[in-house]
Design a protein around this ligand. Structure first.
Ligand code: FES
Ligand code: FES
Length: 195
């Protein structure tokens, strides 16, 4: 005889399969999280770990604002399951600076005026960093290709490409120096204002 499943039992079974214990390594720190397998890496980074530097925009894989590095490769966190990242090092924008000292690419973005509203910037930085990590002296064409999946509504892209190409020489000229306005030197002030 067919019997209807108990509602409570169904809910209990759903709950039993809903979450999985996952170990993630984000910006060098280990996290053990009980998460539903359907959740995106973007959701987990922002909601569970409080790493809101990774931006949530289209959620369709169309804008690149959610770009992070997984095992050194740029991925769209909105289209990546968090559980699929277990055992792979993840780098978000919060992990790019060295303490209070900005990464040379971050400094280049400021110096070249590649940041306006800033909403695309974390994804742009990670896409650019992935390129520089495998190709320390990219051409402008290579830089443009590296950010070709990232949309920017403000800059027109030229400053972003220029920042990526110039970052290696900036690193060589002024290694390890924080920009004015980082936490080492007080409130943020634009360098071109001379303050
Ligand atoms: S939010 Fe992921 S690509 Fe737009
Ligand atoms: S700086 Fe505004 S979207 Fe790129």
């Amino acid at each position: 005889m067919h019997s209807e499943p108990q509602v409570g039992g169904a809910l209990a079974r759903a709950d039993a399969v809903a979450k999985r214990l996952v170990r993630l390594e984000v910006n060098g720190a280990g996290y053990e999280l009980a998460i539903e397998p359907r959740r995106s890496l973007l959701e987990v980074l922002r909601a569970d770990l409080g790493l809101t530097g990774t931006k949530e925009v289209c959620l369709l894989g169309a804008c690149g604002a959610c770009t992070v590095l997984v095992a050194g490769r740029p991925v769209l966190a909105c289209l990546t399951l968090a559980v699929a990242c277990e055992g792979k090092p993840i780098v978000t924008i919060e992990g790019v600076a060295d303490g209070h000292a900005l990464h040379p690419l971050q400094r280049a973005f400021v110096e070249k005026g590649a940041v306006q509203c800033g909403f695309c910037t974390p994804g742009m930085i990670l896409a650019g960093k992935a390129l520089l990590d495998r190709n320390p002296h990219p051409t402008a064409a290579e830089a443009a290709e590296a950010i070709s999946g990232n949309l920017c509504r403000c800059t027109g892209y030229a400053q972003i490409v220029e920042a990526i190409v110039s970052a290696p020489s900036l690193a060589a000229d002024t290694p390890g120096q924080p920009l004015p306005g980082t936490l080492d030197s007080g409130p943020y002030l634009m360098p071109e204002l001379g303050e």
